[in-house]
Design a protein around this ligand. Structure first.
Ligand SMILES: [Zn+2]
Length: 316
């Protein structure tokens, strides 16, 4: 059995979003209860997150972005303040966002020290919509983009593959690496849909052409369509790219029960996608996978999907 790490901290629950918001703390408590009830948690190596240093945040984001979030967070007081129409911050949100990034970085440290082979980061707020200079779509800092830079700048890894199977397009991650051939960004997403980007023709710019691969998918797509997209588009591209590490933007909102989107993935489908990505990591990247929670808003379905995902990382 492969050693798999789990990043979690109860402080991730302190990012409050209001009673009607789908990106709520219960998403994480539900995932953790599922892992505990089924005793999967005993097989995982717990990794303690520390707040990220700001220099890592600004490896992707502008200092102005950090300053503007600090200002919005300060406005929140005992209430919520809004970065955009659907992205609230509470008093503790900025600290939690630093801790979420720090969790991803701690996961990378654990993988690079050889302590574990792969890591699941049960973090919030999510990150893939956060652009270098703009927070949006429930996201403040782009956890996976900062993780990719950390792999490169702290550990000297050259090529990072980011696989984004969240049902929404990872516009923030795409923008961070659009001109950069050292990061291959692969995204499947419902299209047309929020946030509007992610057309097939968005393939990168300049030296980065070809290192962005968007696979827009029709509403109603399920396990078969996803597995086909991964096998025919991701696997050959990854073979050619030969990544040194793999990061997953692991959103579980393409599940058939999800209230925000219209896809039909099952828990078993997520397991099969996990197996394909694990195959890529095992073949090219010494098994190194950092998987970061993004979306997924049906509590029971994300919990069961995460469970299946981690089972596959363990070798099941
Ligand atoms: Zn999403």
């Amino acid at each position: 059995m492969a050693k798999v790490g789990l990043v979690y901290h109860p402080d991730f629950l302190k990012h409050k979003t209001g009673p009607m918001h789908p990106e709520r703390p219960e998403r994480l408590t539900s995932i953790m209860s599922q892992l505990e009830e089924k005793q999967l948690i005993d097989k995982l190596t717990r990794i303690e997150p520390k707040p990220a240093e700001e220099t890592w945040i600004t490896s992707v984001h502008s200092p102005q972005h950090v300053a503007s979030l600090r200002a919005v967070g300060a406005e929140a007081g005992n209430d919520l303040a809004y970065v955009d129409g659907d992205t609230p911050m509470s008093r503790d949100s900025l600290d939690v966002a630093f801790l979420a990034v720090g969790g991803v970085l701690a996961g990378i440290d654990a993988v690079m020290s050889g302590g574990v082979r792969s890591v699941f980061c049960a973090v919030r707020p999510p990150g893939h919509h956060a652009e270098p200079s703009r927070a949006m779509g429930f996201c403040l800092f782009n956890n996976v983009a900062i993780g990719a830079r950390y792999f490169q700048q702290k550990y000297g890894l050259k090529k990072i593959l980011i696989v984004d199977w969240d049902v929404h397009h990872g516009n923030g991650t795409q923008e961070a690496f659009f001109r950069d051939p050292s990061v291959l960004f692969f995204s499947t997403h419902q299209y047309p849909f929020y946030p509007g980007t992610g057309g097939e023709g968005e393939r990168g710019f300049g030296a980065g052409i070809g290192s962005t691969i968007n696979v827009p998918m029709k509403a109603g797509s399920g396990d078969d369509e996803y597995i086909e997209a991964f096998n025919t588009r991701l696997v050959p591209a990854a073979k050619e790219f030969e990544p040194d590490a793999v990061i997953i933007s692991a959103g579980f909102d393409a599940h058939h029960n999800d209230p925000l989107a219209s896809m039909r993935l099952t828990e078993d489908g997520y397991g099969q996608l996990s197996r394909i990505v694990k195959g890529i990591a095992d073949e090219h990247a010494g098994g190194r996978i950092i998987s970061c929670l993004e979306g997924g808003y049906h509590l029971d379905s994300i919990s069961k999907s995460v469970y299946r995902h981690i089972e596959v990382l363990l070798g099941g």
